[in-house]
Design a protein around this ligand. Structure first.
Ligand code: PEP
Length: 250
């Protein structure tokens, strides 16, 4: 089967002021035209910058995403942002279920599933994050944990055009630690099997990203693993040079 088109996505987390628009512009200006024909590139700034970033990148191959959405389209949910609002501001995608949301906001698989459905409703691609903690890995539970998260958070009827899975081992996020290529291959193969059993042929087309301490120096090795269809990048996405260096692995 044909390999899905790679996606390299940057998660800025709670970083970025208006001045950080220059980072997004530098990604746009530094992205090789030939590379942009082969891969998708997405930046996910904080919600306050989604509109301005989308305006600045309008007409460029670099797309803009959110980092989270509320499941409802609108209403009395003080402080929240809906998928419709992100789409209205120019986003084409959103991360859902990042481990920091799961941990600090107690988001459950059911919550994340509802958010992924909200993204679909608004025409956004949902990047659904899964991944085990250090304790879970040490207990030998990685595959069970990831299987369970996927079963609970992937909506029925997901399509490659509206859904991306990001495998992000929690212990690898922001730590400089990465799993071995064999470990990455094992988890991505499990995710692929689960996608195909749930979604049939469509499951072969859904992109599966690896995330957790990806940097220019390890990107080629990680992106070369079977069923790794791109990267979700945190820290290294805050510097255009590093983010582009990762994209250049393709
Ligand atoms: C992330 O939080 O999505 C992430 C992958 O972070 P980092 O690249 O900094 O490990």
């Amino acid at each position: 089967t044909e390999r899905p088109r790679p996606l390299v996505a940057g998660n800025w987390k709670m970083n970025g002021l208006q001045a950080s628009l220059t980072v997004a512009e530098a990604v746009r200006d530094g992205l090789d035209a030939g590379l942009a024909e082969r891969i998708d590139v997405l930046v996910c700034p904080p919600a306050t910058l989604v509109g301005a970033t989308a305006a600045a990148l309008k007409g460029s191959p670099v797309k803009v995403g959110g980092q989270d959405v509320h499941a409802e389209a609108s209403g009395a949910y003080t402080g929240n942002v809906s998928a419709e609002m992100l789409a209205d501001a120019g986003a084409t995608a959103t991360i859902v279920g990042h481990s920091e949301r799961r941990a600090y906001h107690r988001e459950s698989d059911a919550d994340i599933r509802a958010k992924a459905l909200a993204a679909r409703r608004a025409g956004l691609v949902a990047i659904i994050c899964v991944g085990e903690t250090r304790e879970e890995r040490e207990a030998g539970r990685t595959l069970d944990v990831v299987r369970g998260q996927l079963a609970g958070s992937l909506p029925d009827g997901a399509k490659a055009a509206d859904t991306v899975i990001a495998y992000e081992p929690v212990w690898a996020i922001g730590t400089g630690l990465t799993p071995t290529v064999d470990d990455v291959a094992q988890v991505h193969a499990l995710i692929r099997r689960e996608l195909e059993s749930r979604l049939g042929a469509e499951g072969a087309k859904v992109r599966i990203l690896y995330g957790g301490s990806v940097k220019p120096s390890n990107a080629a090795e990680l992106m070369g693993v079977a069923n790794v269809d791109g990267a979700l990048v945190g820290g290294a996405s805050l510097k255009a040079e590093d983010f582009l260096g990762i994209a250049a692995a393709y």
